[in-house]
Design a protein around this ligand. Structure first.
Ligand code: ZN
Ligand code: ZN
Length: 281
């Protein structure tokens, strides 16, 4: 079964162009230097579980809904959504949650609230920020029809298994995800030894690489290259990119098989491959 992974945003938390900046990347005319906040969409065709007669149904899952979610959804014509996975609760990953509302009203009529898979730490922050959505006392009638679901080691969504891949973001342990022969690891500052076995046999590895200069909670290009080599995916795509990295110039210096991703990039993902078994991490 082949799915398609679309990069909805490949920028760092401030986005590129960065407000007020006149650097060569922020003023570049190359569309690949314009980066919305980081998020990806995975879509695939799955048999309709409710009706054996009808043909396959398109299933759509996004990882993170940042402040640009609405714009990203409009750009690709997203009209429905089956689930959201959250990596962690920083603003650039969760502040588009409220824009799920119109999609959630439709989903609710069809099949119920949209499940939002999040770790206990992430869910706690999301519930606090969106109190009017999640509080049992909430009376706001137009709140998103969404439901926080505990993120386990492995989550199955319409026949596709999403394996949680723990990574470090500074002091925080956050979630990366593997699905079939691809993995999405953003906001990484370190990869625990126990996560490497979950990343074997990848066709596509998406990995965050902020810039060249060290940062306390994000990997540099050089660090990310080290992990990319060790993991050995056929293709590695860097994301969560700051304005220090021009697309064309940076790509020219990267080794074969490693490239900067860009907003709108689509890659095919083999989803039938059995993902690595869940382990005690
Ligand atoms: Zn981030
Ligand atoms: Zn700039």
């Amino acid at each position: 079964m082949e799915g398609k992974l679309t990069f909805l945003g490949t920028g760092t938390s401030m986005g590129v162009p960065t407000l007020g900046c006149r650097c060569t990347v922020c003023t570049s005319s190359d569309p690949r230097d314009r980066r919305l906040r980081p998020s990806v969409l995975l879509r695939w065709m799955a048999p309709d579980e409710n009706s054996a007669q009808s043909g396959p149904v398109e299933r759509l899952v996004v990882i993170d809904t940042g402040p640009d979610f609405r714009e990203q959804a409009l750009r690709i014509g997203l009209t429905r959504l089956d689930a959201v996975f959250y990596t962690h609760a920083h603003a650039d990953h969760i502040l588009g949650l409220d824009d799920l509302r119109p999609l959630s009203f439709m989903a609710y009529r069809e099949s119920g609230p949209i499940p939002l898979y999040a770790s206990a730490e992430t869910a706690e922050v999301v519930k606090r920020i969106y109190d009017y959505t999640f509080s049992p006392q909430a009376t706001y009638p137009n709140r998103a029809r969404v439901q926080l679901e505990a993120l386990g080691k492995s989550t199955r969504v319409h026949g596709v298994e999403f394996l949680r891949v723990p990574v470090m973001h500074g002091e925080m342990k956050i979630a990366g995800f593997r699905f079939g022969r691809a993995a999405y690891l953003t906001d990484v500052s370190a990869i625990p030894e126990s996560s490497f076995p979950l990343l074997e046999g990848l066709d596509h590895l998406v990995l965050s690489a902020l810039r060249h200069k060290p940062h306390p909670t994000h990997a540099t290009v050089e660090q990310a290259l080290g992990w990319a080599r060790r993991i050995g995916a056929r293709h590695t795509w860097f994301t969560h990119i700051a304005h220090e990295l021009g697309h064309e110039e940076t790509n020219r210096a990267l080794p074969e098989g490693v490239r900067l991703a860009y907003d709108g990039l689509e890659i095919p993902v083999e989803l039938d491959a059995v993902t690595a078994p869940a382990r005690d991490l």
